[in-house]
Design a protein around this ligand. Structure first.
Ligand code: AGP
Length: 615
């Protein structure tokens, strides 16, 4: 979604803004812009589409730029008003002296806009953001102090904002404010930064101050001042970022998605590290801050998440119910927040999110906290808003994930759920000890099995080539791999724009079978070990009888499979209950190669954003 970077200091301002925005690019955007303070003027450059267009725009106007000393930049993902030059940020007040960039949505912008028009403000865009520019300029005209003007303005805003403001009359001062949208200050020496997310500043500093809701930062090159909305100084902790800049490099891979798929074996090792180190020792989850006594009596868990994290949560439900016998409900955050739930103080609510910034999940977590539930967050971003709201936190340690399509974070979430489910089972003594030992042993083997898949992807590439011209796919599975079918179909959909749907195989004949013919391939996930295997096999026969082309994803050497399916994608043998953690890998690769063959923008698919910070 949108991204913000602001800088004041001794470096090349335009270069810092561009590098910062480039490192936020993965979030998804449709236009970009910067405002710089140069030669005692505020100069604005905007463009539609990718950052390269903005860079070219600035290059063309190079002769008019002297030596900028500060600036703010923005990439926009349109919410209010179409993606257009006039709607791109930064926005200005009527006279152009004040510039604003903003992430979030101002809910009362229409009322404010009407009031400001009556005061003589001239609006040029359809955005909610422009209202902020006029509002702050109006407040500034009353007090002649930018910090106070921002403070007085944000008190009038309803909705979500991370906002950065500069004024021509206040040289090299950037004022930032936030509510329900992330914002941080990067602390340097003789320079300071402000940004919506850490990748924007990681090349320059690891020292970070995270703003909380209703806080305002006044940033100059030598000073950072944080106050609350009433102007009272807030003493904030300077935190050290856990990331290295190399996390933002493709390291020779064509796309971040391919790099991140290949990182999965190491990601699993990282997740297991320190939690599962000896198959004879109990799983250690020090991060779970609920007493064993309470966990033993726990009879309800609710998991809330979106997209890929929701699919990982479905595997989590299966595991916790199977291993620990605790009833688990899984719900999309966007549904949970608009209904009367039964969450109460005896419920354990688990929020799952790669980014830790998904607006719907944050709202859901806040609602659960209001009901006094214990909130456990499983996230890849211990530096996120969601992590800050957590009573207990399981950091999934997948490293920064740049590609919009989640891959390694999904696998890391799955492994976190395996650990959590075994942890609960060990506390409740609900599983046979030798079964647990065996599970742990197999968990430790998973990275090597995934390495085996990654070492030879020619079969998957061949399959992708063969099927890349189809317009529709159905993915079927049962049991613990139903989530794998949902996730595999989502991967294909989001990066290749091919219509793919995951279905419980048993549901096929209750409707979807009507669509089957030679134009609708069916991908069946068949992992031997339980009753599901034979059932999915017969459901696949039913599809074959309707002339559908069949792809099998399996670890089986069964001759029936070879004769029934047009293509067989093999994975190494694995306990069925652990199979989602390896079955997802060929499906990620299949989606990747299909999108590649179709020439799609794999890392930044159209219309999508890496972290969805609006509801
Ligand atoms: C995954 O490939 C998607 N891009 C998307 O569904 C994502 O999983 C979803 O938006 C949730 O994000 P989160 O995990 O950061 O909360």
């Amino acid at each position: 979604m949108c991204g913000i970077v602001g800088y004041t200091g001794y470096r090349d301002v335009i270069d810092v803004l561009f590098k910062g925005l480039t490192n936020l690019e993965y979030r998804g955007y449709d236009s970009a812009g910067i405002a710089i303070r140069d030669d005692n003027k505020i100069k604005i450059y905007k463009s539609l589409g990718k950052l390269i267009n903005l860079k070219n725009e600035v290059k063309e106007k190079q002769t008019e730029i002297v030596k900028p000393t500060s600036g703010i930049g923005h990439i926009r993902w349109a919410t209010h008003g179409s993606p257009s030059l006039v709607n791109a940020h930064p926005h200005t007040c009527t006279c152009g002296n004040l510039v604003v960039v903003h992430n979030g949505i101002i809910e009362n912008y229409k009322e404010l806009r009407e009031q400001l028009i009556k005061l003589g403000c001239e609006f040029r865009s359809q955005t909610d953001t422009e209202t902020i520019a006029h509002l702050v300029a109006h407040e500034y005209s009353k007090v002649n102090d930018l910090e106070i003007a921002v403070r007085n303005s944000v008190k009038q805003l309803q909705g979500a904002y991370a906002v950065c403001v500069m004024h021509k009359e206040v040289p090299d001062v950037i004022v930032g404010a936030r509510k329900h949208a992330p914002m941080l200050v990067g602390v340097g020496e003789g320079e300071n930064f402000i940004a919506s997310d850490t990748p924007a500043i990681i090349e320059y500093t690891k020292k970070t101050i995270y703003l909380d809701d209703n806080e305002i930062a006044v940033v100059t090159k030598d000073n950072v001042k944080i106050t609350d909305v009433n102007g009272v100084i807030v003493n904030k902790k300077v935190e050290i970022l856990p990331w290295e800049p190399v996390a933002l490099s493709k390291l020779g891979y064509k796309h971040f998605m391919l790099k991140e798929i290949h990182e999965q074996p190491d990601v699993i090792r990282n997740v297991l590290n320190g939690k599962l180190y000896d198959i004879d020792a109990p799983i250690s989850l020090n991060e779970v801050k609920i007493s064993a006594d309470i966990l033993k009596k726990l009879n309800k868990i609710e998991i809330i998440a979106c997209g890929t994290s929701l699919h990982a949560s479905l595997v989590g439900k299966y595991l916790i119910e199977d291993f620990a016998g605790i009833s688990v409900e899984v719900e999309p955050s966007s549904e949970y927040i608009y209904r009367k739930t039964t969450t109460d103080s005896s419920t354990l609510v688990i929020g799952v999110s790669q980014s830790g910034e998904t607006a719907d999940t944050i709202t859901a977590i806040k609602q659960a906290k209001e009901k006094n539930a214990h909130v456990l967050i499983i996230t890849n971003r211990p530096d996120s808003n969601m992590a800050r709201l957590a009573d207990s936190l399981i950091p999934v340690n997948a490293g920064i994930e740049v590609s919009v399509a989640a891959t390694k974070s999904y696998t890391a979430q799955l492994i976190s759920f395996y650990l959590l489910a075994i942890y609960l089972a060990e506390i409740k003594n609900s599983l046979d000890k030798s079964y647990v030992k065996n599970l742990k042993h197999e968990l430790i083997q998973l990275p090597t099995k995934i390495e085996e898949i990654l070492s030879n992807t020619s079969n998957i590439q061949e399959c992708a080539r063969k099927f890349s011209s189809f317009k529709n796919f159905i993915y079927i599975a049962r049991g613990i791999n139903l989530a794998t079918a949902y996730e595999g179909a989502l991967k294909l959909k989001e990066i290749s724009y091919i219509n793919a749907t995951g279905y419980p195989a048993g549901e096929l004949k209750h409707g979807p079978i009507a669509m089957l013919d030679e134009t609708m391939p069916v991908l069946s996930i068949l992992m031997p070990g339980g009753v599901c295997y034979e059932k999915v096999l017969s459901n696949s026969e039913e599809a074959k009888a309707r002339n559908a082309k069949l792809i099998a994803l399996t670890s089986s050497d069964d001759d029936n499979i070879k004769s029934l399916f047009d293509v067989v994608l093999k994975v190494p043998q694995v306990n069925e209950i652990l199979s989602p953690a390896i079955a997802c890998v060929p499906l990620q690769l299949l989606a990747y190669y299909i999108a590649e063959f179709l020439g799609k923008d794999v890392d930044q698919p159209r219309n999508l954003a890496k972290s969805v910070t609006v509801e």
